[in-house]
Ligand binder design. Structure first.
Ligand code: ASP
Length: 460
């Protein structure tokens, strides 16, 4: 059935219905701020219900506040011009079968990189219409699990995703791609790294920093790289696949527990922290950088552990933090706390009694470092030793967000804080490493030539 008001809801939908104006119609709109003429564009499910979006003859889109609209009138209808062509995704015997699970974010809502139309694309047909190269790589099935911006992802979604992936693996899929908003892509990557253990196939999270109505969009290429990885890579782990350098030369594959969004707008925003990336990927395939990884297998033995305790907090220490921050977590029933401390893992003295209180209440407190690179070292200064004597547990070189996710996952399985400690300090998916590469952190020091040189050195 054709949706005449695609993506519109609430007030915006009421206005369209009131004036009998359809999506894709060429319309005149009278407002208290002047008159407009253009094509009513569909909206994505992630958009608000307070604006009607018009494509003007100049090619620009304008959002019109529904409260300013006094009249609307259809004068034509131009759907064909903007629609992503729906083509049946071809099935080719012998090509790997890949499942794309959608969660939302920019990558899900704007995939037509050639026409520049702003359309939620997710059926295999729409994706094929938008990125035809995908058919050269695999046989693709798609399923939209959620349609949220990634700040709205959380424990419920992590658990549902893990269970859905487990089912696909059992059914025999050759690889998984997950379309996701970039902002919290690394939280979801960490959650899946703990919830899905011993996967026989690659599980690749991908997003896009720039929507595909912009010429510099990374949506199509990231999707091609992620699909290539899921279809052909020997690395059977939870991976994040995003732009490597600022050019579109190659994508990087990051281990799900060692990756972080490091720039608010660059396409090359994802960086491996505390290690080097696992591999590079181009349209020609995946080239591993690291040698140690879990290899693809034919069997279907996978362990799904979809647990998460929501009453876990991550607090970022700042000078003069007041102890009431921690007391309020205790009073509100929090079951575990991660601190991102300064330097080697410190907080100020006024916090000490609050931390002692956590120990008395059986609330585990783990220390991570704000520096991101490097390990917590609490034996170096007597302040660190004091903190440990009050019960703080150093979390090695786990990234603060990863430690937060792991603690939620561990406390979701048991209340026994000794068992939680064992889970926390036993590396499961590369979240704690023996050492960090001495020159690894150069990889995100800004200079692309350094990155190039570094990658050449480790690519043997
Ligand atoms: N705010 C968006 C999200 O994380 C950004 C993106 O998709 O890249 O969902």
């Amino acid at each position: 059935m054709i949706d005449l008001f695609k993506g519109y809801k609430g007030q915006a939908l009421s206005i369209l219905k009131k004036f009998k104006v359809r999506v894709w119609s060429d319309s005149k709109v009278k407002t208290t701020r002047g008159n407009f003429k253009g094509i009513i564009l569909p909206r994505s499910e992630n958009d608000d219900d307070l604006h009607i979006v018009l494509k003007l003859a100049t090619g620009y889109n304008v959002g019109i506040d529904v409260n300013t609209i006094t009249d609307m009138k259809e004068i034509g209808y131009k759907e064909a011009h903007y629609k992503i062509p729906e083509k049946e995704f071809p099935f080719t015997e012998g090509k790997p079968n890949i499942k794309l699970l959608g969660t939302g974010g920019t990558i899900a809502s704007r995939l037509d990189y050639r026409t520049g139309a702003v359309i939620p694309a997710f059926s295999p047909g729409e994706l094929y219409g938008a990125v035809p190269e995908l058919a050269d790589i695999c046989n693709l099935q798609t399923e939209k699990l959620f349609a949220v911006f990634s700040e709205n992802m959380g424990p419920d979604q992590y658990k549902k995703l893990a269970v859905a992936i487990g089912k696909e693996i059992e059914k025999g899929i050759d690889g998984i791609v997950i379309g996701h908003g970039t902002d919290t892509l690394h939280h979801t990557a960490a959650a899946l790294s703990f919830m899905i253990q011993n996967s026989p196939v690659p599980i690749v999270l991908v997003g896009s920093q720039r929507s595909s109505d912009r010429p510099s969009s990374d949506a199509a290429l990231n999707l091609i790289h992620a699909t290539t990885t899921a279809a052909t890579s020997d690395i059977a782990e939870v991976l994040v696949c995003m732009f490597g350098p600022t050019s579109d030369e190659y994508g990087l594959l990051h281990r799900g527990t060692r990756v972080r969004k490091m720039h608010s707008s660059y396409r090359s925003t994802f960086r491996t922290i505390g290690d080097v990336p696992l591999a590079t990927v181009t349209r020609d395939g995946v080239v591993p950088i690291k040698k140690n990884y879990n290899h693809r297998r034919k069997d279907r033995k996978v362990k799904i552990l979809p647990y998460f305790e929501e009453k876990v907090a991550l607090i970022y220490y700042y000078p003069n933090m007041q102890p009431d921050m921690i007391y309020s977590l205790i009073d509100n029933g929090y079951k575990g706390i991660i601190i991102a401390g300064t330097g080697l893992g410190h907080v100020n003295k006024p916090l000490y009694p609050a931390i002692k209180k956590c120990r008395e209440k059986g609330i585990p407190v783990y220390m991570t470092v704000q520096t991101l690179w490097g390990f917590v070292h609490m034996f170096v200064y007597d302040t660190g030793r004091d903190l440990m004597s009050y019960g703080i547990i150093p979390a090695e070189n786990m990234l603060p967000e990863v430690a937060y996710i792991k603690l939620g996952w561990a406390l979701g399985q048991t209340d026994d804080i000794e068992k939680v400690k064992e889970l926390m300090l036993t590396p499961i998916a590369g979240e704690i490493t023996k050492r960090e590469p001495y020159n690894g952190y150069l990889i995100y020091q800004g200079g692309i030539p350094e990155v190039e040189e570094f990658i050449k050195k480790v690519h043997k």
